[in-house]
Design a protein around this ligand. Structure first.
Ligand code: ADP
Ligand code: MG
Length: 467
């Protein structure tokens, strides 16, 4: 038993579509005859999108955001609620999917920097802003004694290599980032820089630092296009004091003692049983107990989903393209295996291991997480085929069911030393109780014999306490 009282929710992967407005750059670069907008949305059916391509196709999603949607609206309608779930202790993952230049990085805010106007900020800085303001108000609250510790990491998957975007020093001299699996089947990363953060500005500075390291290269479609997946992860550790029912005040709990150093960084991004890997040692106190809640938030800016021939890629660029397509292909296969009700009946094997991307996202797809897929599309006729491909891909993801649980556990549950001292303490309490009961029984017996009454029930109770 690792979970002590955390909630559990069966949820489908949420899928929303964002239609990008045609930018000046698009108008200059797309052939004029293909600039016609073929994607329509309706204010009366905000979950529907219609593509007037060679044939008319209609798709339904959890939400469809038309081109005029602001960054703030996307955040409020689709993300804010997930940030609150994250604070409750659920794992959350948001993926941005779509062809190059469809607005993934803009939507996610993966490349935001401190100078960006606040209207333009993407999901990551907004989510961090909600997170830190909630934590600040909790700190000022008299009725909430939670303590928080937040760390961020930023990796890129490029040609199936994991690159640490926050790594210090010369890249070649750094230990490689590896995905490992422990004996219990938990997945975790090693060799990864995780930095403690205490405010939004710090997070944005790390975003900017990491984005500068990202592998980018020019193609016909967008000179800033990226052929790699970028994953910005936030790990939050909360300590919460749960008072005993009748004594102990939530306002003045005994401070926990940590007899073991904090979680090693290589352990803090784990899979199936994250709470187990992140347990922190503490003691149980007379007035209650401390529990830890560990939650992870992955913001995934996926590589462009377009087919290679559209980018006229060649040489090394083509190799990159093939590798990326293999990552997205594996993601597609996982989505298909999890999402197709016919396949799901017969398939127990989900091919998470086919790529690093799917391995890392294992607990976000069909596992322990709340997941939002934001599929970004262009409205232009020029991109009609890619838009249809994106909508079909996104549609399949809607069938995936996740089972999200709060990763809460009693502190020290996996610590043998802690459990041994707990057993000793409980034994002592048990024998004190026996002695107290025996004394009480003797007193009662003396009272009864002095009054001349002996009841069998009481006598048997007395005997029981000594067996
Ligand atoms: P991707 O990451 O999918 O390749 P980007 O997010 O880099 O695409 O977007 C391509 C270009 O379009 C960028 O210059 C970006 O600022 C612009 N853009 C994307 N979405 C929007 C939007 N909703 N409103 C205004 N400009 C946008
Ligand atoms: Mg991008």
């Amino acid at each position: 038993m690792t979970s002590t009282g955390g909630g559990s929710e069966k949820v489908s992967v949420q899928v929303v579509i964002r239609v990008k407005p045609l930018t000046e750059h698009d108008l200059e670069n797309l052939p004029t005859r293909f600039q016609r907008q073929i994607v329509t949305t309706s204010p009366y059916a905000t979950n529907q999108i219609v593509v007037e391509g060679e044939k008319r196709q209609v798709f339904n999603f959890d939400n469809v955001f038309p081109p005029e949607t602001t960054q703030q609206e996307i955040y409020e309608k689709s993300v804010e609620n997930l940030v609150n779930k994250f604070i409750e202790g659920f794992n959350v993952t948001i993926l941005a999917y779509g062809q190059t230049s469809s607005g993934k990085t803009h939507t996610m805010g993966t490349a935001d920097n401190p100078l960006i106007p606040s209207d333009s900020k993407g999901i990551i800085p907004r989510a961090m802003s909600t997170l830190f303001s909630t934590i600040n108000s909790i700190h000022h609250s008299k009725n909430d004694n939670r303590k928080f510790s937040i760390k961020v990491s930023f990796v890129e998957i490029h040609n199936e290599d994991l690159i640490d975007l926050l790594g210090e020093g010369v890249e070649e001299e750094r230990p490689p980032v590896l995905i490992r699996e422990d004996s219990k089947g938990n997945i975790y990363w090693s060799g990864l820089q995780e930095v403690k953060v205490t405010g939004v500005e710090e997070v944005i500075s790390y975003l900017a630092k990491g984005s500068q390291h990202r592998q980018v290269g020019a193609t016909d479609m967008n000179e800033k296009s990226s052929r790699s997946h970028a994953i910005f992860s936030v790990t939050m550790l909360q300590q919460k004091f749960i008072p005993n029912n009748n004594n102990g005040s939530p306002l003045s709990p005994t401070t926990p003692t940590f007899s073991r150093p904090g979680t090693p960084s290589s352990r803090s991004i784990s899979s199936r049983a994250p709470s187990r890997a992140n347990s922190v040692m503490s003691s149980r106190f007379d007035d209650g107990e401390w529990v830890t809640i560990t939650s992870k938030f992955h913001f995934v800016d996926l590589a462009g989903s377009e087919r290679l021939k559209r980018t006229a890629a060649s040489g090394d660029r083509a190799k990159e393209g093939i590798a990326i397509n293999s990552g997205l292909l594996a993601l597609g296969n996982v989505i298909s295996a999890l999402g197709d009700p016919n396949k799901a009946k017969y398939t127990t094997h989900i091919p998470y291991r086919d790529s690093k991307l799917t391995r890392l996202l294992q607990d976000s797809l069909g596992g322990n997480a709340k997941t939002l897929l934001i599929a970004c599309v262009s409205p232009a006729e020029y991109n009609a085929n890619e838009t249809i491909n994106t909508l079909k891909y996104a549609n399949r993801a809607r069938n995936i069911k996740n089972n999200a649980v709060v990763n809460q556990e009693e502190m020290g549950w996996n610590d043998v030393g802690h459990l041994q001292s707990l057993v000793i303490k409980l034994r002592q309490e048990n024998s004190s109780l026996k002695i107290a009961n025996a004394t009480l029984g003797l007193q009662q017996q003396q009272q009864q014999s002095s009054s001349g009454i002996v009841t069998p029930g009481r006598y048997s109770y007395f005997r029981y306490t000594w067996t």
